[in-house]
Write a protein that binds this ligand. Structure first.
Ligand code: AMP
Ligand code: ZN
Length: 488
């Protein structure tokens, strides 16, 4: 991967400052090695990335979206570093929870139920500006791939059958536990588990294919009538689309065990090759010390926050990414309010950069400001995606640029460079609220009336109109160049 980005090459003005500074290689924490590692994709310049998608038994909550936003920032940052990314995400549309909640007795009904939540999930992603994966793959569209893989595991002696179900024999896979650092002594040899989720202390032979049960949806297959276990879907689909060995696999920390541990066992037993080179796991969104989870009832969906509390989805995105993914994030409404005011500061700067009249020419000091901000941003993100530090660099830059407006040192040609800089930050973080460049007629006319009142030295009326504008969501500032407005 290209080590340092040469930000100077992007400027519109000539003779820009050469890139200096420490080497800029992306380092990420790999759960597999337990260490911070330099990220190098298998194929030069191209990253193959798989992220575990939602289980579509209900609407996703913003805890789930903390993970999807982290993965989105990661993917966008890989692109910022000049890499191309092929991203595959699954949709779990058959498992214990989807069957329980749908009450479906056949695959078609199950799919009708889950499709509604798949659609809702993709809508929420769009509102959170989560880039769409190149491939979104549904488990129920890949039953045959899973069956073939299970047959492959059978042929290699990694499975056994019991009452029509097929289990993976974990004692036959030497490396079992290498991701979650499981103590192999604790494994209960021969004991089985049929449920999708269980704790580390209950490490058992897990189910690959579940024999059909009365009243549950099932598929006819070479393994007999039944349905796949949860873990096999990600192994079968990721290897199908990304190859038997690929670069990156992500999820939240709760997936390390058993889901990802079991994925490694199945995939490596099947192919005889290393499965994934870098595993990245995000920490949870928590509420009063506990993980936000459906089962705990302490959750908010994005749609609830938007419809019932008028919260901007971008504020949710910003709040979720503002704390580095390796640290737990405590959810509060105050965090969302602060996020919204940060977004507004950026929006104000954009408005000034877009609309204010500037003197012609350029200013070298300002070029240096842009390059410094981009370098600091890159250094922070290279450090295992330290988004908090990256945002600190951006807001220092925002403050400095505002100062250049006040000092009138910002020139016309610096404007394009500043806008490009903002665009580079935004390409990774997606925090730019749309600009409102045109005021609606009513607001425009109130501003006019206030100007008239001020000219006539009727300050009482001018203040009254200012209050009216405030109520309408606009704050007004009188400057030498005239009135400046911004959305509150
Ligand atoms: P699920 O829909 O349950 O399969 O979960 C989708 C993703 O959200 C998985 O990567 C989970 O690990 C993740 N997740 C679940 N709860 C939280 C939480 N409170 N904070 C962050 N990620 C979570
Ligand atoms: Zn998965």
């Amino acid at each position: 991967m290209p080590a340092c980005l040469d930000f100077s090459s992007m400027w519109v003005y000539p003779g820009a400052i050469a890139r200096k500074g420490p080497s800029c290689v992306l380092k990420i924490y790999n759960t597999l090695s337990g260490q911070l590692e330099e990220f190098r994709p298998l194929n030069d310049g191209r990253v193959h990335m798989y992220t575990c998608g939602p289980t579509v038994y209900d609407f996703a909550h913003i805890g789930n979206f903390r993970t999807f936003v982290f993965e989105d920032v990661l993917k966008r940052y890989l692109r910022f570093k000049g890499l191309s990314v092929k991203h595959v995400m699954n949709i779990t549309d058959v498992d214990d929870k989807t069957i329980r909640n749908s009450g479906a007795t056949e695959p078609k009904k199950l799919r009708e139920y889950t499709d509604r939540f798949s659609r809702a999930f993709l809508e929420d992603c769009k509102n959170l500006r989560i880039d769409k994966p190149d491939l979104i793959v549904h488990a129920t569209d890949h039953i045959e791939d899973m069956v073939r893989m299970i047959q492959g595991l059978q042929a290699k002696g990694y499975t056994y059958e019991k009452e029509g179900s097929v289990y993976f024999k974990i004692s036959n896979f030497r490396d079992y536990g290498k991701l979650s650092k499981l103590n192999l002594e604790e494994i209960k040899v021969g004991a089985r588990v049929d449920v999708d989720e269980y704790e580390k202390q209950d490490a058992r032979d897990f189910v690959l294919w579940k024999a059909s049960k009365n009243g549950e949806p099932y598929w006819e297959s070479a393994l007999g009538p039944g349905r796949p276990g949860w873990h096999i879907e990600c192994s079968a689909m990721s290897m199908k689309y990304l190859g038997e060995t690929f670069d990156l696999h992500c999820g939240a920390v709760d997936l390390i065990f058993p889901h990802h541990e079991n994925e490694i066992a199945q995939s490596e037993a099947y192919s005889g090759k290393p499965f994934v080179r870098y595993w990245m796991h995000g920490e949870h969104l928590i509420v009063e010390g506990e993980r936000m989870a459906k089962s705990k009832g302490n959750y908010f969906t994005l749609r609830d926050l938007v419809a019932q509390r008028g919260i901007d989805p971008l504020a949710v995105r910003y709040a979720l990414l503002s704390v580095p993914y390796k640290r737990q994030l405590n959810f509060t409404f105050d965090t969302l309010r602060q996020a919204d005011s940060s977004l507004k500061r950026l929006q104000d700067l954009m408005l000034r950069l877009t609309t204010e009249a500037l003197r012609p020419g350029t200013n070298d000091k300002i070029q240096a400001l842009m390059i410094e901000a981009l370098q600091k941003f890159e250094q922070a993100m290279d450090d295992d995606l330290n988004t908090a530090q990256a945002l600190a660099a951006i807001f220092d830059w925002v403050r400095d640029l505002n100062t250049t407006f006040a000092e009138k040192s910002l020139r016309q040609e610096d404007r394009a460079a500043a806008l490009q800089t903002m665009e580079r930050f935004n390409a990774v973080l997606q925090f730019r609220k749309p600009l409102e460049l045109h005021l609606d007629d009513r607001v425009q006319s109130l501003i006019e009336q206030r100007n008239q009142a001020r000219k006539a030295r009727n300050f009482a009326l001018a203040d009254q109109i200012r209050d009216q504008l405030y109520e309408l969501g606009y704050s007004i500032e009188d400057t030498k160049e005239g009135v400046r407005w911004k959305k509150r």
